[in-house]
Design a protein around this ligand. Structure first.
Ligand SMILES: CCCCCCCCCCCCC[C@H](O)CC(=O)SCCNC(=O)CCNC(=O)[C@H](O)C(C)(C)COP(=O)(O)OP(=O)(O)OC[C@H]1O[C@@H](n2cnc3c(N)ncnc32)[C@H](O)[C@@H]1OP(=O)(O)O
Length: 719
């Protein structure tokens, strides 16, 4: 797992060989330990170079080993042996040096990087900290403030930034390995002590305590309950305040707390789940391994409203040429201004040139005739979308893919109005579409594997986490959101305030609670959907009492709020009061409290004390329950798909792994018992009835999440 060669007569070349990313498995660690010992003992060898096979230095510790009993040589003494040795060691960094990989390079005396390489300590994103000396060596190399930034965020830096920060000594456009071998020969005989990072003092600003306190406050706010970022600050503090060995001791202690935590398990699950959702399969037997995407070079976006603009920006940022289409010149001009401004703003942030040359605007649908793939992003209205799809079907070339950006409309109904239903798929982007990482790719019953593969591949090109889902109202994400929103409204009826509900959900780790989120999206969005569904407005069945619709409990509270002209952030009044229309600072509104009190009196509801546990359980267990139903219906392929949708699209805290992972952590029997309890208390709410899949899993002894697929009634039936 580590190859040993002697090159240029005196240089020992050690190559890590553990594809695809040369992770530091037990075998690799053993290989490094043995080859370094051999090189140190061999009198012919004057210096060493460590590199990785296949153009990747090292992706860090082998994350898959974390769930198993420890074996093989530990990393800390292995890296110490490299640093303490009396022969210079040069790391030749190509591709990536992440986590333990960078820590290995920091134990080397010199680092040479290829210009396309990236380095970083992403352990915090796995619920850990860099525990092979990274929290102690990096600050000693680059100083306290930049080390705090890199370690607490886990962000990767380019070779150029790494050079500026002082992480690497040289960057080359040529072979980093060749340069490293040359370099290793040149540095023989030069004093090694100053190159041993463990012997250095951490460069610190005058007010160390001030910097650490400020960083800790920022990190705590960002962490939303995650422990690892806080432990990272504590470990880096040790690098600034303690001698090296004591700092290493602190690093190990903090790691021991994180290593077996449920948060680390959740975040490592997310790491693998994110990759797993890219491997999709259909009930037809087609899957990502046997279905090729078709090359797409010309893309068009229809409609330059909020979603269309975001999608256009995302496509241009990915280097794709985009034809943006609007219905009239005025709308086109507005869209053009907005898209250009967004691209300029984005480029400015990255110190880059905006690729306005990739953009073309038109109001003439005939210009679409050579386009490979069209993303329709018009208003969320079935009749309008159908009209657009009919037109697209006649003007676009026969093999062009037609994609609809919809948050929940029936993809099959749209496909049916075209002459090519097999080339129609849904692409549910999340607002803002150029920022949000999630894309739900919706498989219609007639979508071809090639269409699915092409949409999934396009999502990847856009840097999205693309999840394949089946076609039903709301797909996976919004379908599960419905019972969540419903419970939140019921809680208001029963005695809660928007602040209480939001506070509980924010304490759980959401960036914002359900009512703040609704205010941000605009309360009229849901109002319109409810009107169309006959839940409010003129189409309501006159026999329905005010708090019942279509045979079940219904809360008209959000409708009544809209009727008061409260539309959310956009007009400065929603469930909260805002500093100004479009403002973001929410304050509790006494008039909402009064309105809720009057509503309860009017409907004869005696308010009761509601605690945070009830809020979390009723909102989240109802959502999770719908997740089990989506799995059983074959709308979601597996629990990982649901979890990635929620982590990347709905702000579910990553350190809780996603709703389905969380259910497993809480314990399926407990989720079942609590749902049964709430269902008994609220018999008129069918969403609280535990799903048959949840019952089957509990009856089968609550198997681990990776076994749930074996219990599905109709696996992949909608996919
Ligand atoms: C009392 C008890 C005390 C307990 C104390 C315990 C002490 C334990 C001591 C531990 C010491 C810790 C040392 C260190 O600080 C910890 C770490 O290093 S954690 C790992 C940090 N590294 C990362 O987070 C990098 C992760 N990988 C990536 O970012 C990317 O994979 C990449 C390297 C940039 C490559 O990207 P891509 O080319 O896009 O490829 P993929 O991402 O698709 O990956 C391909 C394939 O490889 C798998 N993989 C990637 N990295 C790892 C890894 N580090 N370990 C295992 N597997 C990895 C990935 O899952 C893909 O596999 P597939 O899904 O296709 O099967």
């Amino acid at each position: 797992m580590a190859r040993y060669e002697q090159v240029q007569g005196t240089v020992a070349l050690i190559t890590l060989t553990n594809p695809p990313v040369n992770a530091l498995s037990a075998a690799v660690r053993l290989g490094i330990t043995e080859t370094v010992t051999r090189a140190l003992r061999d009198p012919e060898v004057k210096s060493m170079v460590i590199c990785g096979e296949n153009g990747v230095f090292c992706g860090g510790a082998d994350i898959r080993e974390f769930a198993k009993p420890m074996s093989g040589p530990p990393l800390v003494p292995m890296i110490a042996a490299i640093e303490e040795g009396e022969k210079p060691v040069v790391a030749a960094i190509e591709g990536a040096a992440f986590g333990g990989g960078l820590e290995l390079a920091l134990g080397c005396h010199y680092r040479i990087a290829h210009s396309k390489a990236r380095v970083g300590l992403p352990e915090v994103t796995l619920g850990l900290l860099p525990a092979a000396g990274g929290t102690q060596r990096l600050p000693r190399l680059i100083g306290l403030a930049p080390a705090l930034d890199l370690i607490t965020t886990g962000r990767h830096v380019t070779a150029q930034e790494a050079l500026k920060l002082g992480i690497v000594d040289q960057v080359t456009d040529q072979s980093a390995l060749d340069l490293a071998i040359q370099f290793a020969q040149q540095v023989v005989g030069q004093p090694l002590l100053p190159r041993k990072l463990s012997t250095r003092q951490t460069p610190c600003p005058p007010d160390v305590d001030g910097l650490l306190e400020e960083t800790m406050a920022q990190v705590k706010q960002r962490a939303r309950g995650a422990m690892a970022p806080i432990a990272c600050v504590q470990a880096v503090r040790a690098a600034a305040t303690l001698p090296y060995q004591a700092g290493m001791q602190k690093e190990q202690e903090l790691m021991a707390t994180l290593f077996h935590s449920s948060q680390a398990r959740a975040m490592q699950y997310c790491f693998f789940a994110q990759r797993a959702v890219g491997r999709w399969s259909l009930s037809s037997g087609a899957h990502s391994g046997n279905s090729k995407p078709r090359p797409v070079s010309k893309v068009a976006v229809i409609g330059l409203g909020t979603m269309g603009r975001g999608i256009t920006v995302a496509l241009v940022k990915a280097g794709m040429s985009v034809l943006a289409v609007e219905t009239n010149k005025k709308q086109l001009e507005i869209g053009k201004q907005m898209v250009s401004a967004m691209l300029k703003h984005d480029a400015q942030k990255r110190n880059a040139t905006p690729r306005l040359d990739l953009l073309h605007f038109t109001i003439d649908l005939l210009e679409l005739k050579n386009t490979d793939l069209i993303i329709e992003a018009v208003f969320e209205d079935m009749a309008l979308k159908k009209q657009v799809f009919k037109e697209l079907s006649s003007v676009c070339k026969a093999d062009a893919f037609l994609c609809t950006n919809t948050s929940g409309l029936d993809v099959d109904e749209l496909a049916a109005v075209t002459k090519r239903p097999e080339l129609v798929v849904g692409m549910h982007f999340f607002a803002p579409a150029h920022v949000m990482k999630l894309l739900e790719v919706v498989h219609g019953s007639r979508s071809s594997p090639e269409a699915v593969a092409t949409a999934m591949h396009l999502g990847k090109r856009l840097g999205k986490v693309s999840v394949l889902v089946g076609n039903c109202a709301g797909f996976v994400g919004n379908r599960m959101l419905k019972p969540y929103l419903e419970q939140a409204n019921f809680l208001l009826e029963e005695g809660a305030t928007p602040e209480l509900v939001d506070g509980a959900l924010e304490e759980f780790g959401f960036p914002m609670g359900v009512f703040k989120m609704s205010d941000l999206s605009g309360l009229d969005v849901g109002w319109r959907i409810r009107k169309e569904a006959g839940l409010t407005g003129p189409n309501v069945d006159p026999r329905d009492p005010p708090r019942r619709r279509q045979g079940r409990r219904y809360s008209p509270l959000p409708d009544l709020v809209c009727e008061q002209g409260r539309l959310g952030q956009k007009n400065g009044r929603g469930w909260y009061l805002y500093d100004k229309p479009g403002g973001r600072v929410a304050t509790p509104d006494p008039s909402i409290h009064k309105f809720l009190e009057e509503y309860r009196i009017k409907h004869g509801i005696s308010p009761r004390q509601i605690d945070r546990q009830e809020v979390v359980e009723r909102c989240l267990f109802a959502l999770i329950n719908e997740g089990f139903r989506s799995l059983d219906d074959g709308i979601a392929a597996g629990p990982e798909d649901i979890d990635m949708i929620y982590v990347f699209g709905y702000g579910w805290p990553r350190h809780r792994g996603g709703p389905m992972f969380y259910a497993g952590m809480v314990g399926l029997p407990r989720v079942l018992t609590r749902l049964e309890h709430y269902r008994q208390a609220h018999p008129e709410v069918p969403h609280l009835e535990p799903s048959p899949l949840l019952r089957r899993l509990v009856a089968s002894g609550s198997p681990p999440i990776n076994k749930w697929r074996d219990f599905l009634q109709r696996p992949h039936s909608q996919l």
